[in-house]
Design a protein around this ligand. Structure first.
Ligand code: ADP
Ligand code: MG
Length: 695
């Protein structure tokens, strides 16, 4: 079917002034359609209704001035940098604009030009702005007074070759021509309850506001819209699973579970029991479970997940556990084996080091249901892996995987239950966006008898004392990790590398002890050999990189020394710290770090201030922002154009509540208003479930 797209969905090239060259540049800004132009929101605003006089500029603040170019000049420094300077004056004084290594600017400005400069004001004898943003005014231009000055002016994100004035004018003319085509699609009741202005008004005001107050109103509406659709999409996934699919109703009481309980070497905490009851409720229902299991490092998530596996196996189904790394998968394998082998449950692991023949055999066993529990990395979701009767899919460290991978594992069975485990506590605002389609359970306490890890932050000067301390601890029978940010010697001066320090320790500092090495570039076989040695106390000291970051559980290791701690993210540091404090001995986490940026200082400070993973996660989110929190693999958060889950968290919560309520009241989108909303939702998430999951 070759339907003509609605006008707003047509290419921005239809607009006057956008030719083949410009559309390519616009595409770089993710602008394809006319509507995209309207949704390309300003990055900030300048009040050009009244410019500040140069004489009144405040040093240290960002200011906007308007003036005439008096002179300009380009010079080269001895280090072969270029410095371009512009002298700009208004009736009250003179300010210098300075740009480094942008020599082409000398052809951009002419004496007598009227310019606007925006930047931080500094004083080096004279008033100066360093690399200010600039814009040439053109008083002959009839748009000058209505678009580019004399008002609150929008400043947009640009790309090389696309000027501020061009884009501003383009958006203005797009608004003038197409705003009339914009229809409201939020249900009236929702707009009313949340006191939102109309979309038309919001788009006009967000680009060309009359007053600063108008911007806030406009943003509120647009942010709500953005969150609302995201949450509505998540709500639909959840609803879809709950209503349209028959899951497996597992019987939770049974022999196998009974024996498992008897063999448990410890008493479960109240928090673990509560979470287990939530999981059992899901598992026994005939709707598929989709649950996120959270808890701080060491809170005992693994045993909870094994409980669920036992229920699954007891009902004649297979379960699969997917972990992000070989090391972790191997460790899970050992743990599961330890608990389940005595019960006669058949456990197997698919690993990269398995030989071809053996793997073929293994796959056939899985396919023929000769194996009950399968553990592995991404290897599990390859097409060749086929289960006879998959009833439970567990994904550990979900945020290391894409959401699609979760779904892929899930699809190996017919509506199996799904349990997602996250070793990193996730702040609520993130949880309801990234995991918004899941129910969630949280383990809130650590097993009893743990003494909190003592964390110290020390400087290079104390290195010798530190070595002494390590020796003492080792002599007392403890084991220690020493973690480095890099494997080989790095270009960055003084950055100690794991391999070099390993040699150093072995040959001199700790020559009377046994030292091991573990890093990501080693073969998997060698990695597990080292882990094995460490686990069996054949090594006193394990020099490692962040390969040991998650999950590693070796109770006798009670000291972790992290070198160049400033180079690690906060959640990463907390994860590393979680490697110790798992046994009876008092545990120590020592952060060795000298040179410090402000952010690094905040991170280390947070580490010595609290042991609480949820607090750490909040700090981390604050310091790094949502886009970075999960590392490179993203979940649609970077796609948010205007909403910010940190600063707009109230809006997010409100939008989520509205979306979920709306759907539960009107699950089939009946009525014209709801149909319009549904259309819009499909437009934003065209592939439904897959669409949102793949974002
Ligand atoms: P997490 O995966 O949440 O980081 P683990 O499941 O690895 O934590 O548990 C950490 C350690 O605590 C393991 O050695 C585990 O056997 C032990 N453990 C778990 N639950 C309890 C409990 N209720 N009492 C005592 N020890 C426990
Ligand atoms: Mg774990």
């Amino acid at each position: 079917m070759n339907k003509i797209p609605p006008i707003l969905k047509q290419s921005a090239q239809f607009i006057k002034g956008v030719g083949p060259r410009k559309i390519k540049l616009l595409n770089k800004l993710d602008i394809y359609t006319i509507e995209d132009l309207l949704y390309h929101f300003p990055r900030r605003y300048e009040d050009r209704s009244q410019f500040k006089l140069i004489r009144e500029l405040e040093v240290g603040t960002y200011e906007t001035i308007k003036g005439k170019v008096l002179a300009s000049g380009l010079r080269r420094t001895r280090t072969r940098m270029t410095i371009f300077q512009l002298v700009v004056s208004d009736e009250s004084g003179v300010v210098y604009g300075t740009w480094f290594n942008q020599p082409y600017l000398k052809d951009f400005f002419k004496n007598g030009d009227e310019v606007v400069l925006y930047g931080k004001v500094e004083r080096y004898g004279k008033l100066q702005m360093n690399s200010p943003e600039y814009e040439l005014l053109n008083p002959q231009d009839e748009d000058e007074s209505t678009i580019h000055t004399g008002r609150i002016v929008p400043i947009y994100a640009l790309t090389f070759g696309l000027g501020q004035r061009y884009l501003r004018k383009l958006i203005k003319s797009t608004l003038d021509s197409y705003l009339g085509q914009i229809d409201e699609f939020l249900p009236k009741e929702i707009s009313r309850v949340n006191e939102l202005i109309s979309l038309k008004e919001a788009l006009r005001e967000v680009h060309f506001p009359e007053k600063f107050k108008g911007i806030d109103e406009a943003k509120r509406r647009l942010i709500f819209e953005e969150f609302f659709f995201l949450e509505l999409a998540l709500a639909r996934i959840k609803q879809d699973l709950k209503e349209n699919s028959a899951g497996i109703a597992f019987a939770c009481r049974g022999q196998l579970l009974q024996r498992f309980k008897q063999l448990l070497p410890f008493t479960l905490t109240a928090s673990q029991l509560k979470v287990i009851s939530e999981i059992e409720k899901d598992m026994s229902s005939n709707k598929p479970m989709n649950r996120l299991l959270q808890g701080d490092v060491g809170s005992g998530k693994t045993v909870v997940s094994i409980w669920a596996q036992v229920i699954c196996v007891q009902n004649g189904y297979q379960s699969a556990l997917m972990a992000p790394t070989e090391i972790l998968s191997e460790q899970h394998y050992r743990t599961v084996l330890k608990f389940l082998k005595p019960l006669g449950v058949k456990v197997a692991r698919i690993s990269s080091s398995v030989k071809k023949e053996e793997k073929k055999k293994l796959l056939s066993l899985i396919r023929n249901k000769k194996i009950d529990v399968v553990i592995g990395t991404h290897a599990l979701i390859q097409d060749e892996v086929k289960f006879a009767k998959l009833g439970l899919a567990i994904v550990d460290e979900q945020h290391k995987f894409g959401v699609q991978q979760r779904v892929k594992l899930q699809k190996k069975g017919v509506m199996p239950d799904v349990l997602v485990m996250s070793a990193t506590p996730i702040p609520r605002t993130l949880a309801i966006t990234v995991f918004g389609d899941l129910d969630s359970s949280t383990i809130r306490e650590l097993p009893p008898g743990r003494t909190p890890v003592e964390t110290y932050w020390i400087s290079e000067k104390k290195r010798d004392d530190l070595y002494e301390f390590l020796r003492k601890k080792i002599r007392e029978g403890n084991q220690a990790y020493v973690v480095y940010p890099v494997i080989e010697k790095s270009k960055i001066r003084d950055l100690k590398a794991a391999t070099r320090m390993y040699e150093h320790f072995k040959q001199s500092v700790f020559s009377d002890f046994s030292v091991g090495l573990l890093h990501g570039r080693m073969k998997d076989g060698e990695k597990s050999r080292q882990m094995e040695l460490f686990k069996n106390r054949k090594l006193d000291l394990l020099v490692a990189t962040t390969v040991i970051e998650v999950g590693i559980d070796i109770p006798n290791a009670s000291v972790i020394l992290i070198e160049h701690a400033e180079r690690f993210g906060l959640s990463q540091l907390h994860q590393l710290r979680g490697r110790v404090g798992r046994g009876k001995a008092q545990a120590y986490c020592i952060l060795l770090s000298n040179a410090l940026s402000e952010d690094a200082h905040k991170r280390l400070k947070a580490m010595i201030t609290t042991n609480d993973g949820f607090k750490i996660a909040e700090y981390d989110l604050l310091i790094r922002g949502p886009g970075e929190f999960f590392g490179s693999r993203q979940h649609g958060l970077t796609e948010l154009k205007i909403g910010n889950i940190l600063t707009d968290s109230e809006m997010l919560t409100a939008a989520r509540k509205c979306a979920f309520e709306y759907l539960s009241k009107n699950p089939h989108f009946s009525g014209p208003e709801a149909q319009l909303l549904k259309e819009k939702l499909m437009e934003k998430f065209p592939n439904g479930k897959e669409g949102i999951l793949s974002r």
